[in-house]
Design a protein around this ligand. Structure first.
Ligand SMILES: *Cc1c(COP(=O)(O)O)cnc(C)c1O
Length: 470
């Protein structure tokens, strides 16, 4: 039996028994998955005693490192109390507290939480809630969705329909509902005005048929860490209000402090916005008109109509996703008629263990995590700044704890070659196309940031020895 746990044996067994995600399994025969024995802090350890720095936080989920004692303790305590109970007809405190605390973080603007499991299920929920709320308000014709060029929202059939990443989408295109894809803003192109104009043209023409715009605020992750300004988002918010269309902020990747605020959307808020975002008084009747959010009198809320969280919300321990929405959307379902309700569920909706982990994550933010992130983000910036002069590096860019650059003249197969070369430098990193990025756990200090930048540089030198000059 002992032999079954060598790296080679585990690779063989995995290839025989496990169908790996996002992987052409024929290729995996040649580049087999790396068996990981354990994780501690930012490090992952293989079965040969080698370690790897988890530079992409295990697909963007891990916030505080692996096997974090505080998160683990919260899960263990919940495990001995109530691991799970269905959330239809029952409720439990971890879900209630989590909903209350997230609502408070929006100043009450998004005061209703619906739970899913993975990110894609949150996207499905938001699309359904948007459409169904319009339908309940007598606007059943609003059934189209708008997404951004190169945007990514997950890979179930509904989420894929609003995803514009060809390699994930093309095979299934015949199955997908048609969405409108509009130009995306990209700091490398300086095209925010054009992107806004394209959206305005579409909304002006189709708004009677459009339920919602969905986007990734500030950073389009899977597109290759494509960044845009908060001002673009403010303008999209104003425009969607003007045309009576919902706005869905998919913060599955960028939420939970990744960009420097708890919600990426908070970068768009101006002084005083939080106060003006107070929800309408309880007891007010839902409007039957085209007003998409809760503003009946008073300034319009600067928040989106939906915010989606997943990935970091349990700090990389358990699957959980959630959809936060407004009183206006919630009230559109409020009726004696069962079929006007949101009859959606997943078996593990609001899983208590996952909610306990999420509450432990919020405890960190209550205890000053954002200030630590700000410091770590500047250490990251400082460590990587010299790379801007590297002949192969273009568009070095950063938003909080996401740092990326594009590789000039990257050869075919670059991403895999870089990934494999990096392993020799104790670095687990997966470029997207020609974009190299780090999205590390929130555990940096100046030394670790310097080590990380040096490891990236050494990997570049392996691939492009001729370019390694200062
Ligand atoms: C990862 C991701 C999703 C999908 O989440 P899964 O948990 O992988 O289903 C959706 N939207 C964005 C922006 C993501 O980064």
């Amino acid at each position: 039996m002992a032999d079954d746990r060598t790296t080679a044996a585990l690779q063989r067994r995995s290839l025989d028994a496990v169908w790996h995600p996002c992987t052409q399994m024929a290729r995996a025969e040649r580049v087999p998955p790396l068996p990981i024995a354990r994780g501690e802090g930012p490090w992952l350890f293989d079965f040969d005693g080698r370690r790897y720095f988890d530079a992409n936080s295990s697909w963007w989920v891990n916030l505080f490192g692996h096997s974090d004692a505080g998160i683990n303790a919260a899960i263990k305590q919940q495990l001995d109390t109530l691991p799970h109970v269905m959330l239809a007809g029952c409720t439990h405190e971890p879900a209630i507290r989590l909903g209350e605390r997230l609502s408070a973080r929006t100043g009450g603007a998004l005061g209703h939480v619906f739970f899913g499991s993975d990110g894609a299920s949150a996207v499905e929920i938001a699309l359904k809630q948007s459409f169904h709320s319009w339908r309940n308000l007598g606007q059943a014709g609003k059934r189209e969705f708008v997404c951004l060029r190169n945007g990514y929202h997950g890979e179930t059939i509904g989420a894929l329909a609003v995803t514009d990443v060809a390699i994930f989408r093309d095979a299934y295109d015949p199955l997908l509902m048609r969405a409108h894809i509009v130009e995306s803003p990209d700091s490398r192109l300086g095209n925010e005005a054009e992107a806004l104009a394209a959206l305005r043209t579409l909304l002006a023409e189709r708004h009677a048929h459009i339920a919602a715009v969905i986007l990734e605020p500030l950073v389009q992750g899977a597109a290759g860490m494509v960044m845009h300004s908060p001002d673009y988002l403010r303008q999209v918010r104003a425009m969607t209000r003007e045309f009576g269309v919902h706005l869905i902020a998919d913060e599955i990747a960028v939420g939970c402090g990744r960009t420097g605020q708890f919600f990426a959307w908070q970068h768009t808020l101006l002084d005083g916005d939080l106060a003006s975002a107070a929800p309408p008084q309880a007891g007010e009747a839902p409007v039957g008109g085209s007003s998409p959010a809760g503003e009946r009198g008073g300034p319009p809320s600067p928040w989106p109509d939906f915010i989606l969280l997943s990935k970091g919300i349990t700090a990389g321990t358990l699957p959980l996703s959630l959809v936060l929405t407004t009183d206006a959307v919630y009230r559109a379902f409020w009726s004696e008629d069962v079929t006007r309700g949101f009859l959606h569920s997943h078996s593990y909706t609001g899983n208590a263990l996952a909610c306990a982990a999420a509450n432990a994550v919020l405890d960190r933010f209550d205890a000053g995590q954002l200030a630590r992130n700000a410091e770590q983000a500047s250490q990251l910036a400082e460590a990587f700044a010299p790379l801007a002069k590297h002949a192969r590096v273009a568009h070095l860019r950063q938003q909080g704890m996401i740092l990326a650059f594009d590789v000039v003249d990257a050869p075919a197969g670059f991403a895999e070659a870089f990934h494999l070369a990096a392993r020799r430098h104790e670095l687990l990193i997966r470029p997207i196309g020609r974009t190299v990025y780090v999205m590390p756990p929130y555990l940096l200090d100046a030394n670790v940031a310097a080590w990380l930048a040096a490891a990236v540089r050494r990997t570049l030198a392996d691939l492009f020895p001729e370019s390694d000059v200062d």
